[in-house]
Write a protein that binds this ligand. Structure first.
Ligand SMILES: Nc1ncnc2c1ncn2[C@@H]1O[C@H](COP(=O)(O)OP(=O)(O)OP(=O)(O)O)[C@@H](O)[C@H]1O
Ligand SMILES: [Mg+2]
Length: 231
């Protein structure tokens, strides 16, 4: 995205924000609450129109048919159809996404994300963590080449976090992961775009970020220092 600004009325959520991901790259969008992470993802997925600047998914506009087919988006408040069962949600979205052999794909996701025992359960009766697992399965059902994930490990228990991390690592896609949790960034990505008040304040590899720390300073403290400096 290039020179993106986004205003919500008088709130300047993004200010001249620019960054680019190479194909296959995994990058964390890091920043404090209200920095503009969710707004950035919503622009990339075509749900919001920037006030100025341009966003591209490859060579395509985010709202184009081509970009939509390529992308998988996990919102921060993912809400599958509550009156459908887990399996019905997966089969419905799989069919809409044009997945071949939907039933086989659904079986494989149910097993790999440990959702098999809830296959017939209505979403309205699931725990928050299991809803998040289903939302992740719905996001990746069509094997998207571009993944936009907003706080993907929220609500997940530790074993499921590990399963999801493993799953995402094995996917051959470009991944942008929004989080304010450093641990999520280090487990899922290699590079960081750090934003604050809607602008990029730092970008580089996690390795570079660690090097900015003194002695054995925790990476969280390095980030906190960098973000405090720009507040
Ligand atoms: N629909 C909206 N109307 C008005 N202001 C909004 C709206 N959505 C977001 N904002 C404002 O835009 C700014 C960026 O919000 P955004 O949700 O993108 O931040 P974030 O980095 O995702 O934060 P968090 O870590 O809390 O999820 C904030 O100041 C927020 O209050
Ligand atoms: Mg957010």
């Amino acid at each position: 995205m290039n020179g993106i600004s986004k205003d919500y009325g008088s709130v300047h959520a993004l200010r001249n924000l620019s960054f680019k991901l190479e194909p296959g790259e995994r990058c964390a969008l890091l920043g404090p609450n209200g920095a503009g992470k969710t707004t950035t993802l919503k622009i990339l997925v075509g749900l919001l129109t920037p006030s100025s600047g341009t966003a591209r998914i490859g060579e395509f506009s985010p709202s184009s048919e081509e970009a939509r087919r390529m992308m998988g988006y996990l919102p921060d408040d993912a809400s599958p159809y509550r009156s459908f069962s887990v399996r019905e949600n997966l089969e419905y979205i799989g069919a809409l996404r044009g997945v071949e052999d939907v039933s086989d794909r659904v079986d494989s996701l149910l097993d790999s994300l440990q959702l098999r025992e809830y296959e017939r359960a209505k979403v309205g009766r699931l725990s928050r963590g299991n809803i998040q697992k289903l939302a992740m399965a719905l996001t990746i059902i069509h094997n998207p080449s571009v993944l936009l994930l907003d706080e993907p490990l929220n609500y997940l228990d530790i074993p499921t976090q590990e399963t999801v991390i493993e799953h995402l690592k094995n996917m051959n896609s470009t991944q942008l992961v929004s989080t304010h949790i450093m641990e999520v960034a280090t487990r899922l990505t290699d590079r960081v775009v750090m934003i604050s008040h809607g602008s990029v304040v730092w970008t580089g590899t996690l390795e570079d970020l660690r090097k900015l720390g003194k002695d054995n300073e925790p990476i969280e403290r390095v980030v906190a220092r960098m973000l405090t400096d720009v507040l």
